[in-house]
Design a protein around this ligand. Structure first.
Ligand SMILES: Cc1cc2nc3c(=O)[nH]c(=O)nc-3n(C[C@H](O)[C@H](O)[C@H](O)COP(=O)(O)OP(=O)(O)OC[C@H]3O[C@@H](n4cnc5c(N)ncnc54)[C@H](O)[C@@H]3O)c2cc1C
Ligand code: FES
Length: 288
C-alpha cells in the first residue's frame, strides 16, 4: 500500500513494459495509480531499486506521460537515457518486477496561456514535453479537474541530439498532428546541422515576442544559451533543471541552485522550488 503525505506518495510500482526509444534510450511503463492521478507536466518522481543498496539513493525522473485504463490514470511512462548505475539497471527491468517510487515532486511547468509555445529540448531533456504538448494541444487532463493547464494556440518542439541514433522515435507524438517538430543534430546526421538555438533564433525574431513562451530542458549549456537568447529578445522562458538530487523532498539541500532575488541572490532547492525556474532568474555562470 502506498504511504502518502503532502500530495506525494511512496509505493512499489509494477513494471508493465519496457520499450526502446532509440539507442541507449528507453520508455518504461509503471503502474502507480496514486501518483498518476496527481502528477503534472514538468513534475518528477524518484525511483530506486527496492532490493539493493547500490545505488543507495533514488534518482529523479521527469514525467513522460500518464496512461489510462477505463478512463482513469493508472500509471506513468518514464523516458530514460542509460548513463550510470540506476539507468543501467532500469535497462534490464522485466514486466512484473517492482520498483520503489516517490512523488509527484517539484513544481512543474507554469500554467501559461500563450500564442506560441516553443519547447526546446536537448537529448533526454525532451521527455517532459510529451505531457506538456498533450496538455497544450489536446487538452489532456492532468491532476485535478480544477487545473486549467497549459494553453497554446500553436506549439513547436525543437529537439536537438548529438547524432540521429540518440533521437527518440516519435511514436509517442503521433497523435500530436499539430505539433511542429524540428530536429537538429550536432553532426548533421538528421535535420538541421547545428544547435537548437540556430532554429530558435529566427522563430523568436519573426514571431510576436510577447505572445511566445519558451520552455526548455536539457544540458545546462544548452539551456543557458536558450535563456540568454530569450533574454536578449525579450521572450518569456522557463527552464527545467536536471540538478543531481539525493532526497527529492527538500531535506538534504544537495540540489540547491543560485537564483536572483530582490536583494541579490540566494539558493533555491531544485526539488522543492524547482525544478522549473524562470530562466532569467538562474545564475547560469555559477552552475555551468
Ligand atoms: C528533475 C529531474 C528530472 C530528470 N528526468 C530525467 C528523465 O526523465 N530521464 C533521464 O534519463 N534522466 C533524467 N534526469 C537525470 C537523471 O536523474 C540522472 O541522469 C541520474 O543520475 C541517472 O542515474 P544513474 O544512476 O543511471 O547515473 P549515475 O550513476 O548517477 O551517473 C550520473 C552521471 O554521472 C556520471 N558518473 C557516474 N559515476 C562517475 C564517476 N565515477 N566519474 C565520472 N562520472 C561519473 C555518469 O556517467 C552519468 O553521466 C532527471 C534529473 C532531474 C533532476
Ligand atoms: S534533493 Fe534533497 S533538498 Fe533537494
Amino acid at each position: 500500500m502506498p504511504t502518502c503525505e503532502n500530495n506525494a506518495c511512496q509505493s512499489l510500482a509494477r513494471v508493465i513494459s519496457l520499450d526502446p526509444l532509440s539507442d541507449e534510450n528507453y520508455r518504461v511503463r509503471l503502474e502507480c495509480p496514486e501518483i498518476a492521478a496527481a502528477i503534472l507536466p514538468g513534475q518528477f518522481f524518484m525511483l530506486r531499486c527496492p532490493d539493493r543498496t547500490d545505488p543507495l539513493l533514488g534518482r529523479p525522473f521527469a514525467l513522460y506521460d500518464t496512461y489510462e485504463a477505463d478512463g482513469k490514470p493508472v500509471g506513468i511512462d518514464v523516458g530514460f537515457h542509460v548513463v550510470g548505475k540506476m539507468t543501467g539497471l532500469m535497462e534490464d527491468l522485466q514486466p512484473g518486477q517492482e520498483i520503489e517510487i516517490w512523488g509527484p515532486l517539484g513544481n512543474g511547468f507554469p500554467q501559461v496561456e500563450t500564442g506560441h509555445l516553443i519547447q526546446v529540448a536537448g537529448g533526454i531533456g525532451y521527455t517532459p514535453f510529451v505531457a506538456v504538448s498533450r496538455e497544450a494541444l489536446l487538452g489532456k487532463q492532468y491532476g485535478t479537474e480544477s487545473r486549467q493547464g497549459i494553453k497554446a494556440e500553436k506549439a513547436s518542439l525543437i529537439y536537438g541530439v548529438r547524432t540521429s541514433r540518440f533521437r527518440a522515435n516519435m511514436d509517442d507524438l503521433s497523435d500530436l498532428n499539430d505539433l511542429d517538430i524540428q530536429i537538429c543534430t550536432e553532426d548533421g546526421s538528421e535535420g538541421h546541422h547545428g544547435l537548437v538555438t540556430d532554429l530558435l533564433k529566427p522563430m523568436l525574431e519573426n514571431g510576436e515576442k510577447d505572445r511566445i513562451t519558451v520552455l526548455t530542458c536539457g544540458p545546462l549549456r544548452m539551456m543557458q544559451a536558450v535563456s540568454a537568447l530569450c533574454e536578449e529578445l525579450g521572450v518569456a522562458c522557463w527552464a527545467s533543471l536536471e540538478t543531481p538530487m539525493a532526497c527529492g523532498f527538500g531535506a538534504c539541500f544537495s540540489c540547491v541552485v543560485p537564483v536572483k532575488t530582490e536583494d541579490g541572490w540566494d539558493y533555491r532547492r531544485s526539488c522543492m522550488e524547482g525544478p522549473v525556474f524562470p530562466a532569467g532568474d538562474i545564475l547560469w555562470q555559477s552552475i555551468s
